[in-house]
Design a protein around this ligand. Structure first.
Ligand code: PMP
Length: 384
């Protein structure tokens, strides 16, 4: 086994899913997204399946998919990209991230991660011999501050990874935070990778603020999107990256070397999903808003302190009142005593979290969430 694989194991999330199965626990750990996908593009796809493309597509993806993606980016994120040169279809957002890192960075380069971060960023960097440079998000509402970002940049820093809406914190980056990112990125000529897979899942009226629309970030930002989140089909492994032509051109070549192309028939069906109108997204957000409130009330009724996510489909729950020192301990009690599986906050940090956090996913059917809330109420979680 290669030296760079040292310490890489099955993710904490995957391991928690296995334990949930063994114990018969409700699994709020992995972002499994078990809500139904939109019926109309699926039905059309099923009807036409025989006649869809079943061979390789060109590495950048089918034109129909890229055109639908560019149109959707314009409508939902205010991003203007040329589908001919500035979009590439990928094997999920994970494939988009791997292709982007492979195409644009060299072994040993430093990449800033805002902590807590989606744990795959770290393993992706490790697999590619890239060097993580963590920057702590500040305060109870996990903000990027100019001071902490500036202090983190080193001689080897070449890039940073943003995530908005954020997994696991549920925060959406503000224009002010993105202005800080833009200033520091300009000063040090950094690549910005903006993971916006939750771009369609947010809970206040303000539309999604794409990093690439702020200041001149568009000149140096690759935006990652996933049909898995927007259309509840994570198992399709279909996403896309967009950005300036000089960056996307290299990403297309890397994506070809890595996986040849994204699944062709799913690109065709995905293009139809990308064409869904405002009503679809309104319903999606209303559904997640309801699920978010329901699960948050369950955690609060059990005496714990869930955050109020602005977007994404996770709660980040402060378990201090359980009298535990770490998120790992909290997750263990929730699993063993209440049969509710969550992810220990430590999975999203390189250093130690300030508080004992766990992350709980609410992209699940209502009856599963109801079962989780019942089980949270079943044992005394707090002391005194
Ligand atoms: N980025 C974030 C922040 C995620 O939460 C996820 C899925 N959990 C991904 C990327 C991966 O997306 P995909 O399934 O499209 O590879």
């Amino acid at each position: 086994v290669a030296k760079r694989m040292r310490g890489l194991q099955q993710s904490v999330l995957g391991a928690m899913t296995v334990r949930c199965r063994q114990l018969g626990a409700v699994n709020l750990a992995q972002g499994l997204s078990q809500v139904p996908p939109p019926a109309s593009p699926l039905a059309a796809g099923a009807r036409d399946f025989e006649h869809l493309g079943h061979s390789y597509s060109q590495p950048e993806g089918l034109a129909v998919f890229r055109e639908a993606a560019a149109d959707k980016l314009k409508r939902c994120s205010g991003l203007s990209v040329d589908p001919a040169t500035q979009v590439v279809a990928t094997v999920g957002a994970t494939g988009a991230l791997m292709a982007t890192l492979s195409a644009l960075l060299d072994a040993g380069d430093g990449v800033i991660l805002f902590e807590p971060f989606y744990s795959y960023y770290l393993s992706s960097l490790q697999v590619l011999d890239l060097h993580p440079e963590p920057v702590r998000l500040v305060g109870p509402d996990f903000r990027i501050t100019e001071e902490s970002l500036r202090a983190a940049v080193t001689d080897r820093t070449r890039a940073m990874i943003l995530c908005t809406p954020n997994n696991p914190t549920g925060r959406r980056l503000t224009a002010a935070e993105l202005a800080v990112v833009a200033a520091v990125a300009d000063e040090h000529d950094l690549l910005v990778i903006s993971d916006e897979v939750y771009e369609d899942i947010y809970f206040d009226a303000a539309p999604h603020l794409a990093a690439a629309t702020v200041g001149n970030l568009g000149e140096r930002t690759v935006t990652l999107s996933s049909l898995g989140k927007s259309f509840s089909v994570p198992g399709w492994r279909l996403g896309y990256a967009s950005g300036p032509e000089r960056l996307v051109g290299a990403i297309r070549i890397a994506a070809d070397s890595l996986v040849v192309c994204a699944p062709t028939p799913l690109q065709e069906i995905g293009a139809r999903a990308l064409g869904l109108g405002d009503d679809y997204y309104r319903d999606l957000r209303a559904m997640y808003d309801r699920k978010r409130r329901f699960l948050a009330e369950g955690f609060a009724a059990a005496g714990l302190s869930p955050n109020e996510p602005e977007g994404s489909y996770y709660l980040f729950v402060d378990c201090s009142r359980m009298g535990v020192a770490t998120g790992a301990e909290a997750a263990e009690v929730l699993l063993e005593d209440n049969l509710v599986g969550t992810v220990p906050g430590e999975a999203f940090y390189l250093g130690a979290p300030e508080r004992p956090y766990v992350r709980a996913c609410f992209s699940l059917p209502d009856e599963v969430l109801a079962e989780a809330v019942d089980r949270l109420a079943s044992g005394s979680l707090t002391h005194g």
